[in-house]
Write a protein that binds this ligand. Structure first.
Ligand SMILES: NC(=O)C1=CN([C@@H]2O[C@H](COP(=O)(O)OP(=O)(O)OC[C@H]3O[C@@H](n4cnc5c(N)ncnc54)[C@H](OP(=O)(O)O)[C@@H]3O)[C@@H](O)[C@H]2O)C=CC1
Ligand SMILES: O=C(CO)[C@H](O)[C@H](O)COP(=O)(O)O
Length: 518
C-alpha cells in the first residue's frame, strides 16, 4: 500500500533571504509548508535546513515539502489554499499570480504578498484578482533574523481573509513584554515565543499595510542618516576612532536613543577587517544604495502635503553620496572652514549636545512619519490605529526601539493627536534639549560637516513652533505675479483679496466671500 503525503497547511513562493527564513519560522510554529522557488537549489536548501533543524521530529515527517512547479505546489495544499509570496516588488508579484491562475487557483484561495510592494499596486491588485482569488497583503520588516525568529507584520485587505491569517501571523510575529515594551528575544531554531504581545495587528483595507510599511522604511532612512551624521561629526571634528565612537554609541544605547539601529551601528564600528585588521567600516565605499521605499515616502509626503523633511533629507543624503566622482572633484575646488580644536571640556560638552540633537531629530522624524500616515489615512478613508502601529514596531522590525512605547502611550492618551510634537511628553523632551541641539548643529556647520537630517529636523521644529511664518510675503509675491489672491488677518476668514499691482493706484479688491477652514 502506498502512503499518501499529508497536504501542507501553507504554500510558499520565493525562497530568498526573507522567504527561506519565514518558512522555517512557520515550521517552528507547527505549520507544514509546500515551498517553491524558480531556482530549485533554493528549494532543496530550505528542505535540507528544515531536516537539520527539525530535531524533535518523532514521526520523521519533513515540515517543509519542496515543489518543482506552481501546479505541484497547489496540489500539495489543503483547500482553500493559502499561499505566501516573498518575491521582489513589482512585476514578479503579477507573474507569480498569473502562474497560480494558470495552475488552477480558486476564488476562495488566498495569496499574501509579503514583499515591499508599492501600496498603490496592492490596491490595484486586490481589484484585479478579485474574481480569481483573494489578494491579501502583509508587509514584513525585520530582515533575515526577524523573518526567522519574529518579524513585525503589517497585514491589510479582506477582513475575512485576516480571520484565517491572524493565528498564523500572531504565532510567527515578534513578541514584546506589554508593560515595558521590550522585545522578548529567542534566536534558537525551535524555541518559539508564545508569551507577550505579538507585533502584528490588522492595519486596514488593501494597501494600508504597505503604506504603513513604506513610512516605516522612510523613518528607517531618517534614523540611519541621523546616526551616520553623529558618526561623521565625532570622526571628523573630534578625530575619534571607530572604537571610541562605538563606546559612545553603546552608552547612548542605554538611554532614550536605544534602538536596534544603534545596537548594530556599535557592532559595525567595532568590526575589524580580517585582512587589514583595521575597522571594516572605513574600508567600505561611501556610496549609499536604495531600493525605493524611502523615496516613495518622501514623494507621498509631498503629494499629501505633509512635510517630512528629515525623511526627504535622508533620501537626498543617499543620492549625494552616490556622486562620488563629482564630490572628489569638488573637494579640491570648494573651500572648507578653518578647523578649530576643542578643549577636553568642550569635547565632552559636544558629545552631550550631539546626543540631544540625535534624540530631538529622531522625535521629529517619527512625528513626520506618524502625521503623514494620519493625513494619508484621512485621504484614503482608512481608520488607522496609531497606538497599535507604534506597538507593532516595538520589536521585530528595523526601527524597533523602546522609544516606540512612548509613542504608543502618546496615541493612547489622545488617539486624535495631530502631531507628536504637541504631545506633552514629547514637547517636554524637546524643550529640555533644544539648546543642545542648536549647539551641535552650529558646531558641525562651523566645521563644515554636513548634518542635513539633524538640521532639517531643527528647521521643522522651528517652523512648527512658529505662530507666524513669512508666508504672508510669499502670498503677496504670488498675488503680484499671478493674481493668486490672499487672505487678510484683519478681515473675515475665507475672504480673498487681490491687489491690482499693474495699476498706478494698486487698489486692493475683494475677490470672493467665504469661510476659511484650516
Ligand atoms: N531583505 C530584507 O531585509 C527585506 C526584504 N523585504 C522584501 O521581501 C521581498 C523578498 O526579499 P528578499 O528575500 O530580500 O529577496 P531575494 O532576492 O533574496 O529573494 C527573492 C526571491 O524571489 C524570487 N523571484 C524573483 N523574481 C521572481 C519571479 N518573477 N517569479 C518568481 N520568483 C521570483 C527569487 O528567485 P530566484 O531564486 O530565481 O532568485 C528569489 O528567490 C522583497 O519584496 C523585499 O523588498 C522586506 C523586508 C526586509
Ligand atoms: O524593508 C526593509 C527593512 O524594513 C529593507 O531592509 C529595506 O528594503 C532596505 O531598503 P534600502 O535597500 O532602500 O535601504
Amino acid at each position: 500500500m502506498t502512503l499518501t503525503r499529508k497536504l501542507s497547511d501553507i504554500g510558499f513562493i520565493g525562497l530568498g533571504v526573507m522567504g527561506q527564513n519565514l518558512v522555517l519560522n512557520l515550521a517552528d510554529n507547527g505549520y507544514t509548508i509546500a515551498a517553491f522557488d524558480l531556482n530549485n537549489d533554493k528549494v532543496q536548501a530550505v528542505v535540507a535546513q528544515d531536516s537539520l533543524e527539525n530535531v524533535t521530529n518523532i514521526s520523521n515527517t519533513p515540515r517543509v515539502y519542496g515543489c518543482s512547479s506552481y501546479t505541484e505546489l497547489l496540489s500539495q495544499l489543503k483547500a482553500p489554499h493559502l499561499i505566501i509570496l516573498s518575491v521582489p516588488a513589482g512585476s514578479a508579484v503579477d507573474e507569480v499570480c498569473q502562474h497560480l491562475i494558470n495552475a488552477g487557483i480558486e476564488s476562495d484561495d488566498i495569496i499574501i504578498d509579503t514583499g515591499n510592494s508599492l501600496w498603490l499596486d496592492t490596491v490595484a491588485r486586490e481589484k484585479k484578482y478579485k474574481s480569481n482569488f483573494v489578494f491579501f497583503s502583509s508587509a514584513v520588516s525585520g530582515g533575515e533574523v526577524g523573518a526567522r525568529f519574529g518579524p513585525s507584520l503589517m497585514p491589510s485587505g479582506s477582513v475575512d481573509a485576516w480571520a484565517r491569517i491572524k493565528p498564523i501571523w500572531q504565532a510567527i510575529a515578534a513578541k514584546v513584554d506589554a508593560s515595558t515594551g521590550k522585545p522578548i528575544t529567542r534566536t534558537q531554531p525551535g524555541q518559539v515565543i508564545t508569551e507577550g504581545e505579538a507585533c502584528t495587528d490588522y492595519i486596514g483595507p488593501a494597501g494600508s499595510g504597505h503604506y504603513v510599511k513604506m513610512v516605516h522604511n522612510g523613518i528607517e532612512y531618517a534614523d540611519m542618516q541621523i546616526i551616520c551624521e553623529a558618526y561623521h561629526v565625532l570622526k571628523s571634528t573630534l578625530q575619534l576612532t571607530c572604537h571610541d565612537i562605538a563606546d559612545i554609541f553603546s552608552t547612548w544605547n542605554d538611554g532614550p536613543l536605544n534602538s536596534y539601529l544603534m545596537e548594530i551601528s556599535v557592532e559595525v564600528l567595532r568590526h575589524q577587517s580580517t585582512d587589514t585588521n583595521t575597522p571594516l567600516v572605513e574600508l567600505i565605499l561611501d556610496k549609499a544604495e536604495q531600493k525605493g521605499t524611502g523615496l516613495w515616502t518622501a514623494v507621498s509626503s509631498l503629494e499629501v502635503g505633509c512635510p517630512a523633511p528629515t525623511i526627504a533629507q535622508a533620501v537626498y543624503a543617499r543620492s549625494i553620496s552616490s556622486f562620488k566622482a563629482l564630490r572628489t572633484q569638488a573637494s579640491t575646488l570648494l573651500a572648507a572652514p578653518q578647523q578649530v580644536s576643542l578643549s577636553p571640556n568642550d569635547q565632552q560638552a559636544l558629545i552631550e549636545q550631539l546626543h540631544d540633537a540625535m534624540y530631538c531629530a529622531k522625535i521629529c522624524a517619527y512625528a513626520q512619519g506618524f502625521q503623514l500616515m494620519k493625513l494619508a489615512a484621512r485621504e484614503q478613508e482608512w481608520a488607522l490605529n496609531f497606538a497599535s502601529i507604534a506597538k507593532i514596531w516595538r520589536a521585530g522590525c528595523i526601527i524597533r526601539a523602546v522609544f516606540l512605547q512612548s509613542i504608543s502611550q502618546a496615541y493612547e492618551r489622545n488617539d486624535k493627536l495631530a502631531n507628536l510634537l504637541v504631545d506633552d511628553f514629547f514637547s517636554k523632551e524637546l524643550n529640555a534639549r533644544q539648546e543642545n541641539w542648536r549647539k551641535a548643529i552650529c558646531h558641525a556647520t562651523m566645521q563644515g560637516v554636513p548634518v542635513g537630517a539633524l538640521s532639517a529636523s531643527l528647521a521643522y521644529y522651528d517652523a512648527m513652533r512658529s505662530e507666524t511664518l513669512p508666508a504672508n510675503l510669499l502670498q503677496a509675491q504670488r498675488d503680484f505675479f499671478g493674481a493668486h489672491t490672499f487672505e487678510r488677518i484683519d478681515k473675515a476668514p475665507g475672504e480673498k483679496y487681490h491687489v491690482q499691482w499693474s495699476s498706478k493706484a494698486r487698489a486692493t479688491v475683494l475677490v470672493n466671500e467665504g469661510l476659511r477652514s484650516d
